[in-house]
Design a protein. Sequence first.
Length: 681
Amino acid sequence: MRRGSFVVLATWLVVLTGAAGAAPQVTPRPPAPAGARGTPGAAETGTGLIVGTVVDASSGAPISGAVVTASVRAAGPVDAPGELAALERLAALQAAGLQAPAGGPTILRAFTTSDGRFLFRDLPPGTYNISTSANGYLTSAFGRQRPDGPPRPLTLGDGERRTTVSIRMWKYASISGVVVDETGAPAVGIPVRALRVTVVGEARRVSPGPTTYSDDRGYFRFGGLTPGGYLIAAPMTSIAVPVSAIDEYYTAMRSGDTGELMRERLASGAPMPTTGGLRVGDQQLQLSGIPTRTLAPPAPGPDGRILAYRTVFAPAASTIADAEVLPLASGETRANLTLQLQLSPTASVTGQVIGPDGPVSGIGVRLLPDGNTGLVIDNGFETATTVTNAAGRFVFLGVPAGSYTAKVQRVPRPTVPVDVTRLSVVGGVVMTTSGSSAPPAPPTEPVLWASAPVGVGATDVADVVLTLREGLRLSGRLVFDGASPQPPADRLQALTIRLAAVEGPTIQAQPARPDADGRFETAGYPPGRYFVTPGSIGAWSVRSILAGGRDVVADALDLDRDIDDAVITFTDRRTSLGGTVTTTTPGEVDAVVVAIPADYQGWIAHGMSIRRAPQATVAPDGRFSLGGLMPGDYLVAAFDADAPVNTQDPEFVAAMARVATPVRVAEGEQRQVSLAVARLR
């Protein structure tokens, strides 16, 4: 080993518990000296050793000055993705001088030398999560084979020496270009969005990304992007608000009573009232994305038709279905893109929202272009938005010709318990903590939804009727089948049951919680395909989820009606698949074992639930274990740790199936197999 200076600092961090977003409580203490192993209550020291190298994923060059963080709990299994996520959320607090409650993870930090090497010594046995950070690079972790890939924990035996650990890091990428108007002149102050594109199964999914604005030259730039595929867009949305709604809002403001009005608007995503914009009849029109002081569209012509800019994608597309995905490699700089705004004649769309008790006032209505599968509904890519008037009538203004879907979705907001919130400042970071862990009370109003196709041409469209329906619910009971005592009522009522949409957005409804008898009922959801995802509860794991006449524990549920006979069965019988991996070369085994369903074509068609695709890190002596496995027929294979493993990519799954070993695992079985490292072909 080349000579270098290794610094190891032992600190404690608080791992987030309770509701998402809750801040940890930390107690400052004097900084520990370099090389210290922590304070009383820390994990015992040992004789284990981890020596590794941090390298650039593209070039393989060593990265000097990287911060390497290792976490280990004193006992118990470690959830690698969850704990690493907690570490990233607490990155601002990862420094010497923090004291955590007993049972928290021990945090060790080291810095790489000029040749990219790092060292952790005197380590007790345990399961370690190792993450890295460096200037100009994305945060990475041991076992990550792509920028957003899963990390792998590193298991260290008593006195074991791991001396060939390698961690790859990816450089940030960037995209830049200009926005011009229809004449080719620079367009100033235009919002530009970068959308990340991923492929899951047979579907392309688009996630919201960062937003920037064109400067006085029309220039825009996105830096700090994760390598991958992107869409670049200048979104334009016409926002129409009835003048009567504006008057109602300002009347409420003067009386100091806007709370209920705002709550109702937020429940349906209705646009907020504003005094700015263009008066068109009894509507106030704003064109989102267009700064009126620099790029105001022309006033309506003699025929009353409004000219409006429409959403454009680089290099030249007006719909997401036709947009070009721009690939970005690690560290790649892509420049000279041009987004040219398109000024188009438009039409209006009018209609009415009808609820169970008649016309519905003050509810938001959205018009989305067809083909936008994967975009969340409230991310600013609607062609038009509006809110109904007192008679339930709505008007979309400035709609270019095209095929659309008009949607209404009202999700009642939960009632948050009133409690004291404490503020504190730790290391320059403002921390907020609540004195209560009680979940918000579930809303009493139902989820309401409606949708209708709308085709827009050269003339206005009238009499679109949106009839609200209550969301569909999944209800049933929990069953615990095993020798262990059934969880007590308080543990049952802390369990959450969520529905996650396979495609498109999932409504932000509060998760279902069972009662003391184990019965549950979800909030209402629009029709669609959903994964049912119960939380964990002690030593119990989910065996089956019977709903709609079939087991959807690992497949999507087709929610096309209320289902009231669901049975979620938990078992305490541990099912696992383990064994050994052999290689043709002597030395430590550096590999990963992956399992996929034997019927992988059906699995792909049903949404590729990650529950049916477990992975395990192989120990240096070749041993591995896939714990918490669901019973069933699998295809299992071992790959080099550097192999591009991605079980959400159908091409990888098909290639893996050609070299994998079929294995059947029964419930409660601890199956053992022997695998050789496979090569994809």
